[in-house]
Design a protein around this ligand. Structure first.
Ligand SMILES: Nc1ncnc2c1ncn2[C@@H]1O[C@H](COP(=O)(O)OP(=O)(O)OP(=O)(O)O)[C@@H](O)[C@H]1O
Ligand SMILES: [Mg+2]
Length: 337
């Protein structure tokens, strides 16, 4: 059953179009993942759905209620976990959740039970009396989630709920999302961490420049890239310096040269026939090529010419990352980058 319907929605900030004629639907009971590079319009879209933002054109319907007209009905069934942590720093964890849950009309014993349950749910039962300002970043993230879900919403919108948390917190948050879904909540969430979306989401929308670039199950999205494969080429440590992200813009002259030279190398490889894309990723050179590429000699030739020693070579089938790249032309920004 189509539960959330977004039809040709546009949102502008002045002259700038942040969401451009965007259409998609989310089924009831689904975990729906939203993937897109920085600035793609994910938060803007989620803000429209959660009634925080108005929109300039198109239609939005949630659980049969149309926005903006039936905003209050939508608000009642909705829980939002915002990208920016929205907590009262001087209050305790428990006081924060109480405040949010009471806004949704809970009171008395039901409110206390809901608050305790939400705190336990995100693994913060022992921190209930701790002031937010004394909590770690990961604990604050989890509290941010508790505040969005304590009132038992049937639609939960989570904007980057795992950003900046360690592996243990991430696992805990992922487990919570799954449990909320098993209990019947429909969940829409964004993440910069592709494996997480792959693991959790029933369907995924890829958005770029405010537009829908692709939508479907992982399997369906992979159909966009059946014409290619990925070569992973391990290079020696010296050249692995090229891989260091974020060197551009730094004042260090040598690092700048390294970055420049690495860019040239990637461009040179990208221009070879049959090569679709070349990038450094996870300490390796990653080259997406046509399935029909007759030989990889030209690629190895470029590396040899530049004195880059090849340590390993592996071939792999397309992944969601390949699809993302093919549909948006960019790699998804790595977490924390
Ligand atoms: N209040 C605003 N005023 C003007 N421009 C805005 C405003 N909010 C967002 N934008 C712009 O709209 C675009 C989409 O922003 P949005 O926050 O929706 O992206 P996002 O996909 O959530 O990115 P991120 O991955 O960085 O969270 C960006 O170019 C951003 O600069
Ligand atoms: Mg965002």
């Amino acid at each position: 059953m189509e539960y959330v319907k977004v039809y040709r929605v546009t949102k502008r900030y002045g002259e700038f179009t942040a969401v451009d004629n965007l259409s998609f639907t989310v089924n009831k009971g689904e975990i729906f993942g939203f993937l897109g590079p920085n600035g793609a319009g994910k938060t803007t879209t989620l803000n429209v759905l959660s009634t925080l933002s108005d929109f300039d054109g198109g239609e939005v319907e949630i659980a049969g209620y149309a926005l903006p007209k039936q905003e209050f009905s939508v608000k009642r069934i909705l829980g939002l976990v915002p990208q920016e942590i929205a907590l009262y720093m001087d209050l305790t964890a428990q006081e924060n959740v109480t405040m949010f849950a009471s806004l949704y009309g809970l009171s008395g014993a039901a409110l206390r039970a809901a608050v305790d349950e939400a705190l336990a749910f995100v693994g913060l039962a022992d921190e209930a009396k701790k002031r937010v300002k004394k909590m770690s970043g990961g604990q604050q993230r989890r509290l941010n989630i508790a505040c969005g879900i304590a009132h038992g919403p049937e639609l939960i919108i989570m904007d980057e709920p795992t950003v900046g948390v360690d592996a243990r917190s991430r696992e805990l948050i992922m487990g919570s999302i799954r449990t909320l879904n098993e209990r019947g909540a429909t969940i829409i969430y964004t993440s910069h961490y592709m494996p997480e979306v792959q693991e959790l989401a029933d369907r995924i929308a890829i958005i770029d420049h405010g537009r829908l670039a692709g939508i479907g199950t992982e399997e369906e999205l992979l159909e966009h890239v059946t014409d290619r494969k990925t070569l992973r080429i391990g290079v020696d440590d010296k050249n692995a310096v090229f891989l260091s992200k974020g060197v551009e813009g730094k004042s260090d002259v040598i690092l700048r040269e390294v970055a420049e030279s690495s860019k040239n190398l990637l461009e040179q490889i990208s221009r070879l026939p049959g090569v679709k894309h070349a990038a450094f990723s996870d300490g390796q050179l990653r080259v997406d090529v046509d399935l029909t590429l007759p030989s990889i000699s030209p690629i190895l030739g470029v590396l040899m010419e530049r004195g880059v020693a090849v340590k390993s070579l592996a071939e792999e089938a397309p992944t969601l990352e390949t699809t993302f790249l093919a549909l948006t032309g960019n790699e998804l920004t790595k977490e924390g980058a």
